[in-house]
Design a binder for this molecule. Structure first.
Ligand SMILES: [Mg+2]
Length: 228
């Protein structure tokens, strides 16, 4: 049987607790903007920012700006710059890998496997998060939205990862937390799949994945099992 030679991971809510990061970043941003004079009640302002994210994109870079203009009728740069500083402070505090991610990746590298990420995040944010997690140098391949212009479950990002690694689909295990995007996409190209139940969809049913794991360290056992 073909042996696994690489493990590829979804980034957000698989390696890093993205929603936790986002929540803290927005909360600290709102506190800083209120200190700088933004009127309103804290939780309402937080909810309004998330509404903007839902309407536009979770990676929107103009949500704070939009909120200020909605509240004041103009863009107050004192409030905006305070909000950006607050956002970055919250983000830096809360961007770290899930428990056991680091030892798991180390173990996979020690076993001689290649590792990488196939993410729907824009390149700038994806590389920024990987750098802040100190994972960038470990990655043999990083595929972002910018590489193909298509989101998972499109086969394109997965196929590009295979091409860059010069590997066959059955030599790759893909780990992700979103069944309709991660599992469907990786399966379509023929990779082995792991559903990351520790991510954003812990209650997902019928994920269709080959393996269903509750902790990232179990990935090592799966590799050992498949490779015999
Ligand atoms: Mg995810």
């Amino acid at each position: 049987m073909t042996k696994l030679k690489a493990v590829l991971f979804d980034l957000d809510n698989t390696l890093v607790d993205f929603m936790r990061m986002k929540k803290l970043a927005v909360e600290v941003a709102v506190e800083h903007m209120m200190n700088a004079g933004l009127p309103g009640e804290k939780q309402t302002l937080i909810d309004e920012i998330f509404k903007i994210y839902r309407r536009t994109h979770i990676e929107s870079q103009s949500a704070l700006e939009e909120l200020i203009i909605t509240k004041l009728g103009y863009l107050d740069y004192k409030i905006l710059s305070s909000g950006i500083i607050g956002y970055q402070r919250g983000r830096d505090l809360a961007t770290y890998p899930y428990p056991k991610v680091i030892p798991t990746l180390k173990e996979l590298l020690k076993m001689g496997l290649k590792i990488g990420t196939v993410s729907d995040a824009p390149a700038e944010q994806c590389y920024n998060r990987l750098a802040r997690l100190h994972l960038l140098d470990w990655m043999d391949v990083v595929i972002t939205y910018n590489d193909t212009g298509e989101y998972k479950p499109s086969p394109k990002p997965f196929l590009l990862a295979l091409e860059r690694l010069s590997l066959q689909p059955k030599e790759v295990l893909y780990v992700g937390d979103w069944p309709e995007r991660d599992i469907v996409g990786a399966k379509t190209v023929g990779m082995w799949t792991v559903f990351a139940r520790w991510g954003e969809h812990p209650d997902a049913k019928d994920t269709g994945a080959d393996f269903d794991l509750t902790s990232v360290e179990q990935v090592v056992d799966i590799v050992k099992r498949v490779n015999g």
